[in-house]
Design a protein around this ligand. Structure first.
Ligand SMILES: [Zn+2]
Ligand SMILES: [Zn+2]
Length: 202
């Protein structure tokens, strides 16, 4: 492999729809269509050459150069980076490292989680954060596993607010059931259950 170029260009452009990033790779002048869409998509090299000659907007990255790859990963949409990294790794054997949004660690693309999902018009979803495995286990709720990030305050058991509420509710229900079933026995367990219930409901 002498030359490996990733081309990022403005494809898309369906009826009434705006452009979106499309991707192609040229390996020693062999064309790989990673993603092409709409009327501006280039699914063969002739179309891509024409696109570039028409001075349309595109970026080219050298996949054999770490700095150039970093330029791509620093300036592109996280979901695109992930999809391109996956294609490159599976088809070309080049490993792409992504930067964790929380701790800045460089992590192989297969070892990251995409977090911070948000809609971006229509049905498209993008993710604002790339999270390494360490940060994912550090900053996720111990109970529901949802990722919250380093600035979230979990309770002493590592649970999020939703789960605290949920667990409290099921505690209350359990205690109420226990008290109801054991009220006539009036033993010390029933009394401590009533006390615990009072504290939980306070
Ligand atoms: Zn991290
Ligand atoms: Zn939770």
């Amino acid at each position: 492999m002498e030359k490996a170029k990733l081309v990022q260009y403005r494809g898309g452009g369906y009826d009434g729809c705006i452009w979106e990033w499309n991707y192609a790779i040229l390996i020693d002048n062999k064309f790989h269509d990673i993603y092409s869409s709409g009327c501006c998509g280039c699914d063969n090299i002739e179309k891509l050459v024409k696109y570039i000659k028409n001075k349309n907007i595109y970026y080219a990255y050298n996949l054999l150069d770490k700095k150039s790859i970093k330029d791509f990963t620093d300036n592109s949409n996280n979901d695109d980076i992930y999809n391109v990294a996956q294609y490159i790794s599976e088809n070309l054997g080049i490993d792409i490292f992504l930067t964790c949004t929380e701790c800045n660690a460089e992590v192989l693309y297969t070892d990251v989680f995409l977090e911070g999902a948000r809609g971006c018009g229509g049905i498209a979803i993008t993710h604002d954060e790339i999270i390494c495995q360490d940060c994912n286990s550090l900053y996720s709720c111990a109970y529901c596993q949802e990722f919250y990030g380093s600035d979230y305050d979990f309770d002493e058991n590592g649970n999020c607010e939703d789960c605290q509420e949920k667990l409290k509710k099921s505690d209350i229900e359990g205690l109420e059931r226990y008290i109801k079933e054991n009220l006539f026995f009036g033993n010390t367990d029933t009394i401590s259950a009533i006390k615990r219930l009072e504290i939980l409901k306070a």
